[in-house]
Design a binder for this molecule. Structure first.
Ligand code: ANZ
Ligand code: ZN
Length: 822
């Protein structure tokens, strides 16, 4: 009976067996070596899982299964990241309460996840909206508050006019809300803010210790945005002739000899003391206009634009450059922001784009202080275009001849020694705006008292429950809907017992995911968020698998939380995730748009795993999502691909279950079957170790082809090795064959190791030719068959064969492959 006729029955049988008794349960802390393999827990959306989700989940399950079969004590948990905007918006759309829609979505997700046949330990399931969980999310916030890391700020923040809430900087993508894309506005409302910037340096430097994709590390580095610059004290004179210090912030001290003007921001407090009487009226006009455009974002009418000039106005004053000893004019212009740096910039038109444009408008000279390549200077030796690259310093007195990098340091050293300035390290990272004016989140556990000010909720009163109400829609007033729930919001001050009000903002959706991996070892612990024993044994996470879209949100926030908890002595490690793997997306052709795109409901190109499982089974889907390409890359879904997997599973099943292919004792060394199987095991293991499950599967396919081609007979030992290797990809078939052919159960088996002596092969490097011309070469095992050589050579020379018609292939085994093409 071919496998596609029996897979359903097999799948149902094992599903039922594992529902009653899962193949493995996590053992207590301390029992053997541990392996903690974590998936980014899903936000249970209304639309359920699509096959794209499977890629990460299958990948992590394969590594968990290997470690399990190797005898590790494994922790492979699953839970629900169920608070937050998307869940609330989904509920609003459906016209029901988020409590209800979330519960329904979780039930559907769980049903779908169970079809994965992953080794999840459902005893460890957790849900961020469960009061027994968010009690501890609130508790951590209180620790932050008590440590002075949570503060209240009145400042303009990013406001999404569609989601009606404030957003963190990390949640604004290209000026739009990360969730709904609506352009964000600035709005000034009191906010709770977390001092993530205290950790900027450690968040940056500890990246070097992590086994993470370089891409994610780079994204975090750029987001933290460390720059080492210097404040240089230029000096001007006020109207009475007293010296006024004008501190300039620059990250390019190497260009100090190229300064031809300074620019001060229109709102700068020092501006009034340096403007000369002749310029006062014009400058005041300019500043008024600049302020109004900033404040209201309005377009200027033509007259105003003319008055404003192109970009600025001369102040009438000159400033002294302490290094070059030159005197340069000071302008006011709105391209310099008052809040950034010192609010005063040194203009280096030769090497800074905006300064170059400015100097052109105001007809200021544009000297070069870095040697520019040919083509930058015109016949008069004037700079035609700005040169912003590094290079060798020139026209800079004692710094001539240094590279820009050397000059950077040399100028800083000189300036600081002479007292002409101070060095400053800056980060782009801003503090984390942590309050949301929405209902569906953890209430922030603070109380506002008229007498005592802000008072933290006593820890023994946690959790502060989110009230269960009918009306929870956002108000848009800048206040959370919780503010309207009188019997919830009015409370007693814990300190003076007088009347007081609860804080009505809630936490952002990231709050629950910052620490959930600490809770998994014991999600039912009621006295503490986690036990010390578990922290020492289970953490940090060994392998974390999830999408790259979390690179600067969740993955930065959780690193911050962990460092904070570490500093307070709650946990013995300062980085949560030792190894990170980002799976790529599954793309599919969309009939609507005619393009190959990310799967999404709106594009109508979603493949529902339920349908694939119905027609092909879980094992085939698991295999296909691994086989479709390198797991870190985006790959396109192809119906013919899953058909191919189905054929492979049929062949595999036929070969393994056919008793004619069996020998009773260990198989005959001479036919090389044992060697062939150990070669496979070696490839399989190595490719998995390198996160190449797709090629690991190819090596299994090649093995089965060879065995069938050679009509090889195998003994029980080899059979077991193949079945166990298979089981990590195809657990249903693996379990069935283990029982049926080996008379055992999967938990009684262990991971097959290869024998390096048996796996050893001599390799040869042979040329691959096209029409007799050597195009490339390939390293192959000695003694490959002609067909193996041909397919390897086709892959190696694919570039040259792409548009050609192969008419003949000449193969000299172990020596050469030559394609004759027209
Ligand atoms: C001279 C210079 C020469 C600069 C050069 C750049 C290139 P970050 O890393 O963003 O801080 N700058 C400083 N303060 C500013 C402000 N308030 N508004 C607008 N621009 C400001 O960038 C530092 C650079 O941005 C500084 O280095 C300064 O221009 C400009 F070839 O100084 B630079
Ligand atoms: Zn009080």
């Amino acid at each position: 009976m071919s496998y596609d006729k029996v897979f359903k029955e097999i799948q149902e049988k094992w599903y039922a067996t594992w529902e009653k008794e899962p193949p493995v349960r996590t053992r207590p802390a301390g029992e053997g070596e541990k392996y903690y393999c974590l998936d980014m827990f899903p936000y249970p959306s209304g639309s359920g899982l699509h096959v794209g989700h499977w890629r990460g989940y299958v990948l992590s399950d394969i590594y968990t299964r290997i470690k399990w079969l190797q005898g590790y004590n494994i922790l492979h948990p699953m839970g629900w990241d169920a608070f937050g905007l998307p869940a609330e918006n989904d509920a609003i759309k459906k016209g029901i309460k988020p409590q209800i829609s979330t519960a329904a979505n979780i039930a559907n997700f769980k049903r779908q996840l169970k079809q994965l046949a992953a080794l999840y330990d459902w005893d460890k399931e957790l849900n961020t909206t469960d009061p027994s969980y968010y009690k501890w999310t609130q508790w951590i916030f209180l620790q932050m508050y008590k440590a002075g890391l949570a503060y209240r700020a009145h400042m303009p923040i990013n406001w999404c006019p569609s989601c009606l809430t404030g957003l963190a900087n990390e949640e604004v993508v290209n000026g739009g809300c990360e969730r709904c894309g609506t352009a964000v506005e600035l709005k000034e409302i009191p906010q709770w803010v977390l001092k993530i910037t205290n950790y900027a340096e450690r968040l940056l430097s500890d990246l070097d210790t992590l086994d993470w994709p370089e891409k994610v590390k780079t994204m975090q580095r750029n987001w933290i945005g460390k720059s080492e610059g210097v404040e240089i004290f230029f000096t001007a004179k006020d109207q009475s002739g007293n010296a006024v210090e004008l501190p300039v912030y620059t990250t390019r001290p190497d260009t100090i000899f190229g300064v031809t003007f300074l620019v001060i921001a229109p709102e700068h407090t020092l501006l009034s003391s340096i403007v000369t009487p002749e310029q006062r009226a014009e400058v005041a006009d300019y500043c008024r206009l600049a302020r109004s455009t900033h404040a209201f974002g309005e377009m200027l009418d033509d007259d105003d634009a003319k008055k404003l000039g192109k970009t600025g106005i001369f102040t009438g004053s000159y400033a002294h450059n302490p290094v070059s000893k030159e005197s340069v004019p000071v302008y006011v212009a709105d391209y310099v922001l008052a809040e950034h740096g010192t609010g005063i910039v040194m203009g280096v038109p030769g090497h800074d784009e905006r300064d170059f444009d400015f100097a052109r408008v105001f007809d200021l000279s544009r000297p070069t202080v870095i040697v520019v390549p040919d083509g930058y200077l015109d016949d008069n030796n004037d700079l035609k275009k700005v040169y912003t690259e590094p290079g060798v310093v020139t026209n800079s007195g004692p710094f001539n001849g240094l590279t820009t990098r050397e000059a950077h340091q040399a100028v800083i050293d000189y300036i600081t020694q002479q007292g002409f300035g101070i060095s400053v390290t800056r980060y782009k990272l801003r503090d984390w705006i942590f309050s949301r004016q929405r209902y569906w989140g953890e209430p922030i556990p603070l109380i506002h008292c008229g007498n005592c000010g802000i008072v933290p909720v006593p820890e023994n009163e946690l959790p502060i429950l989110l009230p269960d109400v009918e009306r929870y829609q956002p108000t848009g007033t800048g206040e959370s809907p919780l503010a309207d729930i009188a019997d919830w919001v009015n409370t007693q001050c814990p300190t003076c017992k007088g009347p007081a009000r609860r804080e009505t903002n809630t936490m952002p959706q990231w709050a629950g995911s910052c620490w959930y991996f600490l809770r998994y070892p014991n999600p039912h612990l009621s006295s503490k968020p986690f036990s010390q024993e578990d922290m020492h044994y289970w953490l940090p996470v060994d392998l974390y698998v999830g999408g790259v879209e979390h690179a600067i949100l969740h993955l930065l926030y959780s690193r911050f939380y962990i460092k904070f908890l570490y500093d307070l002595g709650f946990i013995p490690f300062a980085e949560p995730f030792k190894q990170l793997f980002n799976q790529g997306m599954i793309l599919k052709h969309s009939a609507k748009t005619g393009m190959v795109e990310k799967m999404s409901k709106s594009k109508g190109n979603v493949v529902n795993p339920d349908d694939i499982i119905e027609n092909y089974g879980t094992d085939a889907l698991r295999m296909y999502v691994m086989f479709m390409g390198p797991p870190e890359l985006d790959c396109e879904w192809n119906d013919s691909g899953i058909e191919g997997i189905k054929r492979f599973l049929n062949r595999l099943w036929n070969y393994l279950t056919d008793m004619d292919n069996r020998v009773s004792e260990t198989e005959n060394e001479e036919v090389g079957v044992t060697r062939r199987i150990h070669r496979f095991l070696k490839d399989f293991q190595e490719r998995l170790d390198q996160f190449k499950p797709n090629t690991a599967l190819s090596s299994m396919m090649e093995l089965i082809n060879d065995l069938m081609h050679d009509k090889a007979k195998i003994g029980l030992e080899s059979l077991e090795k193949i079945i166990i290797s298979l089981s990590v990809f195809a657990p249903f078939m693996g379990s069935q064959l283990t029982e049926q052919l080996l008379g055992k159960s999967l938990p009684e088996c262990s991971w097959p190791f290869y024998d390096p002596v048996l796996a050893y092969t001599d390799h040869v490097t042979i040329p691959v030719q096209v029409n007799g011309k050597t195009r490339t070469s390939m390293q192959v095992a000695k003694g490959l068959t002609n067909s193996q050589l041909q397919s390897a050579a086709e892959r190696a020379a694919s570039r040259w064969l792409a548009d050609a018609q192969v008419v003949k292939v000449i193969i000299v085994p172990d020596r050469l492959v030559n394609f004759v093409v027209t």
